[in-house]
Every structure is written in structure tokens, then in C-alpha cells.
Design a protein around this ligand. Sequence first.
Ligand SMILES: *Cc1c(COP(=O)(O)O)cnc(C)c1O
Length: 463
Amino acid sequence: MTAPEDVLAELRALRAGDLPTHGGRTLAYVYDSALPGLDDLAARAHALASSANGLDPTAFPSLLELENDVVAAAARLLGGGVGTVTSGGTESCLLAVLAARDSRPEVTTPSVVLPETAHAAFHKAAHYFGVRLVTVPVDPATFRADPTAMAAAITDDTVLVVVSAPSYAHGVIDPVAPIAAAAAARGVRCHVDACIGGWVLPHADVAPFDFSVPGVTSISVDLHKYAYCPKGTSVLLHANADLRRPQFFAAADWPGYTMLNTTTQSTRSGGPLAAAWAVLRHIGDDGYRTLARRALDSAHRVREGVAGIDGLRVLGEPESTLLAVTATRDDFDVFTVADEMRARDWYVQPQFAHGSSPTNLHLTVTAANAGGEAELLADLRDSVRAATAAGPVRVAPEVVAAIGALDPDTLSPREFAGLLAAAGLGGGAVLPERMATVNALLAAAPPALRERLLVEFLGVLHS
Ligand SMILES: *Cc1c(COP(=O)(O)O)cnc(C)c1O
């Protein structure tokens, strides 16, 4: 056996190579409240319940009570409803699509109408559940869903209409009311994906986006984002129990226990749920109001600051805590800006051009960024200067043309391996220090090819 302290030392050494999850310098993937003691509370609550199994609420009634408490907190914030705690935003979105599909068994070719800015989780749902996506272009200036175009896309096959509050990529809120009304008029469900905004926007001065809006039938909100809970919890709310029923699953036709599940999981650790419950209980309504204001104000300061940096511009008019920053000149590359920020110990997330959205950098601002805006903005300004001095990334036009002409369906695994190596992704987990060239090459690949290339890359990583 290896001594526990040695095992933990090994784990600590591995974790030292990761991006920091605290301090506000990682502007995607992680959410930091900056509240002292929160991690410790969550870890202790997690440990108290991680061996309990949510599979059977009659065997572990504590977990049922915790779940009902957590769902009630979400319902208080979002205008009511009944719900389920899931493992994350993707699972909440998957289940919203599943419930919508199965509520309409007479529809043989079900489809979901969604703005092109809706989260990729809905693409995953379509892939898993055999549902067709009808993606509708957004307003090219605001990146908000277009209510007229969304309404026109609804057909007899539509089982669900999706809107975001806000969208992940741009942080803008779709016009929920007219779209939910158009869905309701056709008898179609309307899901508000508030995975990232649901715990913040109730404290912001924005148009209603919750169950107070007629026609909204379900809402997803992630606790592991702006509720600052450890990873592994989200809530899916339905407006009423009838709408929720097709989400549940029972299997009695085998010799074992009747499998009775609310989510895609069956055995469910009590750990993430207990940790989330403890964090919600500790922070409380007033605490969340303060944290939300802090993150909103900080995002506002960053937005104003970016507007004052020569060469940069914020896309659309984000009303939440996220922003997408693009270049206003072509003598530098935002991919290089991301590398320069990395060299200054910041992580900002490159987003490829898509539809009307140009190549940009995504920033998720949290409460931990309050007070650090000046340093962030100064480093961003310096990074643009350095990227301008370096000049734009040059991918030879013939390479761009060659990539654009590749058909992912006809490439062999060997050809993919060659492409990955050529793109600088052949070295497994060891990525190049600077990613701008890799990103520029990936950007030249159409989405279908990029998907296949990166799936091959996953195979290289998991070897
Ligand atoms: C994060 C996010 C999701 C997916 O959530 P995961 O927890 O990463 O699975 C879905 N929708 C939106 C708007 C999000 O921001």
C-alpha cells in the first residue's frame, strides 16, 4: 500500500500543472466566488455524502431532502416549477430535449428549433436522441435570436424551441417573451437555457426570462457555475409535474430491482448534491445577491475597459457576466493575444468564427475578478501590442484551400494522424507552448472536419 500522504502529494504535484481554479486569472471553465472557506465547506459536505446512493431515495432519504431543498432554491429564483438535480448543464439540456421528444410520441421525425448561438449541448442531444436540429441565424449585430425567424421555423415536427439567457459565446440574452409566445401558440415547449446565467440574472436589470414569461416550459441552471458549487450539479426545472413526467425512466422487466431514475445516471453519488446544498445554505439569498452584483459590476468594468483598447471590440451588447472580444484591425490575431495573455498568466478562451460571429476571445467574469480589472485590462492592452508587433498568424493560402477541400468522411485514420501532426497536435497531451498557429489551422477547417480532427486528437490523448 502507498501511504495516504504520499498519494495526496502525488495528486498535488499533478494538479500543479493545471490552470488555476482560483484568483480570477482563468477566464473560462472555472467560477470563483473568492469567499474564504467555501472550498473546505464543500469538500467536507461532499465527504459526508459521497458514499450514499441517490439511486434509491427511500434508502437514502437525506439525499431526497437535499435535492428537494436545492430544487426549491432554484424555483424561488426562477419563478417556480418542479425539478431535478442533474450532473451538469449538458445533462439538464439533454433531459429537456428527451422530455420534449417523448411528450410527443406521435411526431415521427421530431425536431428542435434553436438559434445558432444555442449551446453545443443541444447538438449532443440531437445526436443522442435522433432529433433533428433546425438552427436559425441570429441578428448579426446583436447576436440575439430573431423572434420572427424562430417563429417561422416552427413546424408540426417541432417538439421544442430553445432560447438562451444568456448565450455562452456572446453573453447576450435572447428575446424570450416573443419566442416563448410563438412556441406556445403552436403548442410547443420552450426551454430557456439559463445554465450560465440563471443564478446571476435574477439580480440584474434585464427583461424577464423565467417562468413568469408565458410559454416558458423548462429552464436549466447550473449550480457549478454562478452558484459557485463544486463541479457536478445543475438543476432542470419544468413548469409543472406533467411536463416533467417523460423525463423519468423506469425499467421493471428484468430480474433485479426496478430501476427508477430521474436523470441519465442510475447510481448517483450524494457527494456533489450535498456539497451544492451546503454551499447554497452557507451563501444564502443575500450572499448570492452580493456575489452576482460583484460579478456583474466587474464584467461591466471589463467591457468598458475593452472598449478603450485600440484594436479590440466587444461583440454585441452582453448583459451578463460573459463577453466575447474581437479584433478591429487585421494587423494582429486574437489567437496570438490569447497566447500573450497566457504568457502573462491569464487564460482567455479562443472562439472560432461561426455564422455572423467573427473569431474572438471569450471571457467568463466571476466575483473573483472584482478589484482585478485594471491589471486584466493592462495585460490585455500589452498583449494586443505584442500580438501586433508579431503580426498576424500566416497560414499559406494553399494550405487553407487544401484543408477546406478535405472531406472528413473519406479520410483514413492514418491521414488524420498526419493532419494532426501537421497541425502541431501529434504530441499527445504535450501541446505547443503557443497555440496561435494550431488555432489558425483549425480555424481554416470547416466545423465537420474540425470535429473529426479533434475526436482523433481525443483518441491520441486517451492512449
Ligand atoms: C455551460 C453551459 C452548458 C453546458 O453545461 P456543462 O455544465 O458544461 O455541461 C449549457 N448551456 C449553457 C448556456 C452553458 O453556459
